[in-house]
Design a protein around this ligand. Sequence first.
Ligand code: FAD
Length: 445
Amino acid sequence: MSQNSPKNVAVIGAGPAGLVTARELQREGHSVVVFERENQLGGTWIYTPVTESDPIGVDPNRKIVHSSLYSSLRVNLPREIMGFRDYPFVATKKPNGDPRRYPGHREVLDYLNDFAADFGLIELVRFGTEVGYVGLLENGKWKVSSRKKENDHVVFVNEEYDAVVICNGRYTEPQIADIPGIEVWPGKQIHSHNYRVPEPFRDQVIVVIGGATSATDISREIAEVAKEVHISSRSALSGTPKKLHGYENLWLHSMIDAVGIDGGVNFQDGSKVYADIILHCTGYKYHFPFLETNGIVTVDDNRVGPLYKHIFPLNFAPSLSFVGLPWKLVPFPRCELQSKWIAGVLSGRISLLSKEDMIADIDAFYSSLDASCIPKRYTHNMDFQLDYEDWLAAECGSPPPEKWRKQMFFIARDKLKTQPERYRDQWDDDDLIIQAHQDFAKYIP
Ligand code: FAD
């Protein structure tokens, strides 16, 4: 791929990552086509009451529903840090706007639509167009095959691009807990990907597996209508089972030991309940069904690799890249910095390390995970690693994330864990909100 010249780039997905990538690529002078299989932009943030035919999402032939949002979902980050860095996610004066600091999901979709409209991104998107194949050609370009339904037939298109940026999201392919005895257990199972509203759980006994935000939110929501809700969490270390404060029908347990043909669910803490439903809030798998690299880029125990800085596959850098893989960081500004870096590297304005140095960096990273006994499946878990964003910003020649962002992030994370019922409506970091708005004044006309 020749350097210092604009490239013809395919972006897969028009969620937050794809949109900001399109913006950064365009800003850098590249020409961009965004492929989006839905008929609107927004990715995860397009709520639909529709669920998949297989409630646990393991049938490979099921019709995919992309979004995992539930109807009542409010964001889990304060809006000041959630938005793109130079396009603040501030409350608007729109008649249907949701000015809350932690607004409902509709407000995020509106924000993304405004973002796309303000930067002329909508015309770059081919809606209703699914990418079915991405592979490298002998001439060094990428073949991108896509299909689009037109009236009653499907149109297939093959094209060549200088580079491909994969932004297809990471919350669509459910990860299911491995439970001894599940094949004979007579109850129903569902993954949170297919949870929308609490009503189907009325008067039932439910075991919710998981300890992250979805498990916390959903268990409390269904406790309003269910007979009993029992959360099984890897992080519940001692003192379980215990009834959770403020609830008559919500318990915390350790991990599940096994389930039986009698409907029983045995927990490692020695307790047992007879449940009607197991609700897996157990996360998702990375999934790139369209990507053909002859085994060079792999997904192994949820590690996408080998990747330099979670973005560039070694043997294809910089013409193939991923935006949005790391989790437990603030996604929008992280994707903004990742895509800024990709755009600059593709144009030749920013240099990548030599291949040998990238290999050494990846080896050192994987060794550090091993040394800290961090399982492979947490490779892209960036919990509290805000130095990743500092690093990206420095590479891009951009200012580092403002101090108030980091402070607000840590406070918000702490409150989410310690006050799951209240954190969205009660806070005490007003000083940081004032600082945020002082910074936003630069960007808001
Ligand atoms: P997505 O938003 O998933 O977008 C991917 C896009 O790619 C989709 O539009 C999809 O249709 C398209 N696509 C996929 N495959 C193809 C293909 N083959 N061809 C064409 N198009 C394709 N983040 C926050 O910042 N705050 C929150 O409060 C928050 N809450 C969340 C709650 C839940 C329940 C979930 C699941 C996620 C939450 N997130 C939150 C994370 C959220 O996923 C990110 O904010 C963001 O949506 C990630 O953007 P993305 O573009 O990487 O992926």
